[in-house]
Write a new protein. Structure first.
Length: 216
């Protein structure tokens, strides 16, 4: 007998059902992102539900060393990123960092990243905060991705100044966001969830001219 949709849903792993029940801050723009993207030129997508953890710990302290043992290291300078496997740590300040990991790393989906960081913090002076619902992530890719961002970003995005594997807190389209260059033609933009709609639409508008075949 064919499996019904109801029985299929009930048979899902609890973590899968939890993820399926979520609504991302830009879910209503996904069709517009697909329509506004031009393969081989510039494409925009949302990477929803990434695990985001805010860390605070003074460099060189035992607390920082314990946290670093979980993440694979903590960056030491502005713009620097430390990555281990599929987990990356972005530098936000001298004692402030943002851990970025796949959705599956979240405790609600059976992951142990946050409990491990909390255990490493113990009673040390610092902070471990689940920020997964605080931001969403846009991925902008293609040879025109930098040109799109340059329409409203306060950073110098030329490759001689902004290298792949670098992330900074900045302003894009008058919206505060974290800009992470993940490759030569790929960027991740992390706005706060409350700004996702505005910034998503701003990026779409900035991409609009490249939908024309007349643009070189």
């Amino acid at each position: 007998m064919a499996e019904t949709a109801a029985s299929h849903t009930s048979a899902r792993h609890p973590a899968e059902k939890d993820l399926a029940a979520r609504t991302s801050p830009a879910s209503h723009l996904l069709e517009a992102f697909a329509t506004g993207s031009l393969a081989g030129t510039v494409e925009l997508a949302e990477l929803p539900f990434l695990t985001l953890v805010g860390l605070r710990a003074a460099a060189g302290t035992e607390t920082a060393e314990r946290l670093a043992s979980v993440t694979g290291g903590l960056p030491a300078a502005s713009g620097e990123i430390r990555s281990s496997g599929d987990t990356s740590v972005l530098w936000l300040g001298p004692a402030e960092f943002l851990v970025v990991a796949p959705a599956e790393a979240h405790e609600s989906l059976g992951g142990d990243l946050i409990p491990a960081l909390q255990s490493a913090l113990a009673d040390g002076e610092g902070q471990v905060v689940d920020l997964s619902a605080n931001r969403t992530t846009f991925e902008l890719t293609g040879p025109r991705a930098r040109a799109v961002l340059e329409k409203g970003c306060s950073l110098d995005l030329h490759p001689r100044e902004f290298n792949a594997g670098t992330a900074y807190s900045t302003v894009i389209g008058n919206i505060p966001a974290i800009l992470w260059k993940t490759g030569e033609e790929s960027f991740r933009v992390l706005p706060r969830a409350s700004f996702a709609d505005f910034l998503g639409r701003w990026l779409l508008d900035a991409m609009r001219e490249y939908a024309s075949a007349e643009v070189p």
